[in-house]
Each structure stands twice: as C-alpha cells, then as structure tokens.
Design a protein around this ligand. Structure first.
Ligand code: MG
Ligand code: MG
Length: 273
C-alpha cells in the first residue's frame, strides 16, 4: 500500500531531509585519509542528535550504527568500524537517515577519500555517472509519470557506460517508515509500472558497479559486496511528488531542491573528466 503524504507531512519530511543533508555535509567536510569509518559515524550521529533528530538506521532490524559506510567493492549496508581506516583513493559510499517529527529522510553519497584527484579517471567516471543517474531518475518524479520512467532513466546511464547495474537492491517509498511501498527499481521500461501521483515520497538510489551486476552479502548479515570484487558507487535522495515537480527533500547546499525548475546540478559532471 502506498501511503500518500499531505503537504504538511512533506514539509516535515523536508525538515528530516535537511538534517540528513547537514550530516552529510559535516562528514564530507571532515573526511580525511587515516580516519576510521566509526569516526564518521560518530560525527554524523552528533549532527543528527544535535539537531533534535534521531538516526534512522541505528537499531533498524538491529543495525548497529547511524551510517552505512560501504568501502570500495562494498555496495551498500557496510557497518562503520574503528578497524576500517580510510586510505587516500578509497571509494566510500556513505548512507544516512534521520527522523524528525516521526518522518524519515534517506540519502547516500559516494566520495573519494582525499578528493576526486586521488582516484583514477575510470573511478571518477563511475562515481559521477552514478550521481548523474540519480538526478536523471529524480527528474522523472512527476505526477502522471510511471515507476518505469525512473528505472529507465537510471538504467540508460548505466547502459551507456557499460556498468553493472545492481538489481537486488532498489529504491523505495519512505515516510513514517524507512521503507514503504512501492519498490523503485533502477531498471525498467518507460511508460510501464505504477503511476506516480501527488503526495508520493520516494527514495531513488542507483548502485552501479565497475564490473558485473551481481552482488553477495557477507557473513556479518549486512555488508553487500560486488560478486566479482569490482568497485561500486551508490547515490540516493528522498524526493516528493508535488504540483511544482520533484522536490528533493535531502538536497545539500550545492544541489538544487527543485531540479525541474532550477536545473540539474552540473558541477559534478566535471569530476568525470
Ligand atoms: Mg539510504
Ligand atoms: Mg534508501
């Protein structure tokens, strides 16, 4: 069942999204080689709790941390640890959620430790293309469009680059629960699937691999890695269907909250070189 949100509820979700955005900005600002993923987790938790919000992931089905930190061949759901020290050139996916007034925000970024220059052109392209696919998908979040329009837009970017498109994990509805209906696949056919309407709030989250599409879960019960050990990237935003077009509730300061009217963020494309 898809739970529609009123405009007041979407406004509450925007407050949750803003806390998630501030946590991401703090983590990105602090990220340095030599830090541990647990250092990043503690920082994000301080920002969220300091804003009067609650981390979404901590305690979710027993997940132990505020962030999911997924390093290199890890796709999603990596567990922060004092033992995981970051090296220059590492590719780190950071997924963060927060609850405000009972509503969740959910957003992920993939960053190169030490900055984009620390990565090869091939890796920069993977990260930038996955981010591009996210924004191509977000641009489809209009009333009257269909879920297949989102999936097709994301898939087109992966196919153009020949990346492995992860299918075992997908985007989702979001609201008072972190994961609600519908599932939002990262592949699809334009014009197919359920029709979006006003009040839907979705998390769109493409995951692209440099190699094959297949994944497997590690024995910790959480961490998902690429089956072939290739690098993976993951970007995510929470977005609402509004009469004015897609409202990106988790947009950070350097991104448009209204990509339909303000245009797509162009700066990241330069990172692809
Ligand atoms: Mg997430
Ligand atoms: Mg999500």
């Amino acid at each position: 069942m898809i739970i529609r949100k009123s405009s007041d509820e979407i406004a509450a979700m925007a407050r949750a999204g803003a806390v998630v955005a501030r946590a991401h900005e703090a983590v990105q600002e602090a990220l340095r080689p030599g830090m541990s993923t647990l250092d990043l987790d503690r920082l994000a938790e301080r920002v969220i709790v300091g804003a009067g919000a609650t981390p979404s992931f901590k305690g979710y089905r027993g997940f132990p941390a505020t962030l999911c930190t997924s390093l290199n061949e890890q796709v999603v759901h990596g567990i922060p640890s004092a033992d995981v020290r970051l090296d220059e050139g590492d590719v780190l996916s950071i997924d963060c959620g927060a609850i405000v007034d009972g509503f969740h925000g959910d957003s992920a970024v993939t960053l190169v430790v030490g900055g984009d220059a620390a990565a090869s052109r091939e890796v920069r392209r993977l990260v930038a293309a996955t981010r591009d696919a996210l924004w191509q998908g977000l641009q489809q979040v209009h009333g009257g469009h269909r879920l297949g329009d989102i999936g097709a837009a994301v898939q087109a970017v992966a196919d153009a680059h020949g990346y492995g498109l992860v299918r075992e994990y997908v985007g989702h509805g979001i609201g008072r629960a972190l994961h609600e209906d519908p599932s939002v696949p990262n592949h699809g056919t334009a014009g197919r699937g359920a029709q979006l309407s006003q009040g839907w709030v979705l998390a769109v989250e493409p995951m692209f691999n440099l190699g094959g599409a297949r994944t497997r879960a590690l024995e910790d019960g959480w961490t998902v890695v690429t089956a072939d050990g290739s690098l993976s990237a993951h970007w995510e935003h929470t977005v609402a269907v509004t009469p004015e077009g897609p409202w990106v509730l988790t947009a950070r300061s350097d991104e448009p909250a209204w990509p339909w009217t303000d245009g797509l963020p162009a700066s990241y494309l330069a990172a692809a070189g």
